[in-house]
Design a protein around this ligand. Structure first.
Ligand SMILES: Cc1cc2nc3c(=O)[nH]c(=O)nc-3n(C[C@H](O)[C@H](O)[C@H](O)COP(=O)(O)OP(=O)(O)OC[C@H]3O[C@@H](n4cnc5c(N)ncnc54)[C@H](O)[C@@H]3O)c2cc1C
Length: 381
């Protein structure tokens, strides 16, 4: 392990890799990414690849608006095709309580030029034939949303960042953050110490633990989420939008001729356990069969669990931390880190190299918690 770096990034997931790439693009070559396991072994290797503009907060929409064009051009820019399928996201609203929030979201999307629209139950059915829609009050659809392959996105960032001079070290755990009274001095790790004026915490669900090493409190909690995938089924021949039953958080998209589905468990306590809770599968299957009756013919082939990096307001914490100059947080995406990785990498690199960002991310500062200026996000799955 080298002894010095301009920037040390803790965490080799999509966020660390995107920041490393954008730093090298901004002309910084001495960038070191330290990953305790393998690159992509955290949440980046466990997610559904969903990408959307349909958020209820302006800053989340803007993060998506800055990221999605980059994902559309990813193969061209990065030389790796992430197989971005812009089949749309379809939110099914089946509960009165969600009508007004989604009507507000539709107004926001109109103001921000998001091409999302309200559709009735009949059109929802034509957009997603495998779904039952007779109980749908209305739905919202944005054809620019969709899903992509997260590992291709990760590999693209790693490959291009390496070409730009960044170094990625695997199997090295950051065990300490060195600080003087007024700023960060570097990190200590299982493979040695590195002196660096800037340390970025991109440790995903473990970001609070890393920040703790620097005596910084980050309100980021790990929350287990499951995904199950069925065998191929002939009834699901064609692609369909990533469809969300909003009242339960059940979502599904086509995957290798079968269906990938997930659902949030309201009883899941925070914790780092990523073993599959097979006792939860029957609840998912019950909801999935009710919403997608074609799944009656399907068998669940595999399942896994990963961790959301949950913040109290479901928004990431981005930027320098006031209490410790030189210490940057880029974590807490609350389940949206793949889709927001391009804009995040760009903004954090700009902040480090120029001290300002093209996209205003000030609403996501760590200080918002102390000031009580939380930014609410309603459309969380
Ligand atoms: C089931 C599920 C479905 C999801 N679906 C979507 C989706 O559809 N769309 C979307 O955009 N997002 C989705 N997400 C969220 C997305 O996966 C995350 O937001 C994203 O991967 C976060 O990336 P990251 O780089 O911040 O974290 P990670 O990928 O977790 O990377 C952090 C890395 O830090 C390393 N690390 C931790 N501590 C240390 C240390 N002390 N020293 C060195 N390294 C350390 C870890 O090993 C890890 O590799 C989903 C997540 C889950 C679990």
């Amino acid at each position: 392990m080298r002894k010095t770096a301009d920037v040390v990034i803790v965490g080799g997931g999509i966020i660390g890799a995107s920041i490393a790439y954008h730093l090298t693009r901004a002309g910084l070559r001495d960038v070191l990414v330290i990953e305790r396991d393998r690159l992509g072994s955290g949440s980046t290797g466990k997610n559904a690849g969903g990408i959307r503009k349909q958020f209820s907060s302006e800053i989340n929409v803007r993060l998506s608006q800055r990221s999605i064009p980059r994902i559309e051009r990813f193969a061209e820019e990065m030389g790796v095709d992430p197989d971005f399928r812009q089949v749309g996201y379809l939110f099914l609203i089946t509960t009165d309580a969600h009508v007004v929030p989604f009507e507000r979201s539709l107004e926001l999307w109109k103001r921000l030029d998001v091409p999302a629209r309200r559709v009735d139950a009949r059109e929802a059915k034509s957009l997603c034939p495998p779904a039952r829609t007779d109980d749908v009050i209305f739905a919202t659809f944005c054809g620019e949303d969709g899903y992509a392959d997260p590992s291709s996105l990760l590999n693209g960032y790693i490959a291009r960042a390496r070409e730009g001079g960044a170094e990625f070290v695997e199997g090295a755990e950051v065990t300490g953050v060195d600080r003087a009274s007024d700023r960060v001095l570097g990190v200590r790790s299982s493979q040695g110490a590195v002196v660096a004026p800037t340390v970025v915490d991109a440790a995903g669900p473990w970001a609070a633990q890393v920040a703790k090493l620097a005596n910084v409190d980050l309100p980021i909690a790990p929350l287990r989420r499951h995904i199950f995938v069925t065998d191929p089924i002939p009834e699901v021949q064609a692609d369909f939008p990533l469809t969300v039953e909003f009242s339960t958080g059940l979502y599904a998209h086509r995957e290798s001729g079968g269906v990938l589905m997930g659902m949030s468990d309201p009883d899941q306590p925070p914790g780092f356990d990523t073993s599959v809770n097979w006792d939860f599968l029957p609840s998912v299957v019950e909801r999935a069969l009710a919403r997608f009756p074609v799944l009656a013919a399907a068998k669940v082939r595999t399942g896994w669990a990963g961790l959301y990096e949950d913040t109290p307001d479901k928004h990431p914490i981005l930027g320098f931390v006031d209490e410790l100059p030189g210490f940057v947080c880029a974590a807490g995406f609350s389940g949206h880190g793949i889709m927001h990785a391009p804009a995040t990498g760009e903004a954090i690199a700009e902040l480090i190299t120029k001290g300002r960002t093209t996209l205003d991310i000030s609403a996501l500062a760590h200080s918002r918690f102390k000031k009580g200026q939380l930014v609410r996000e309603h459309n969380v799955i």
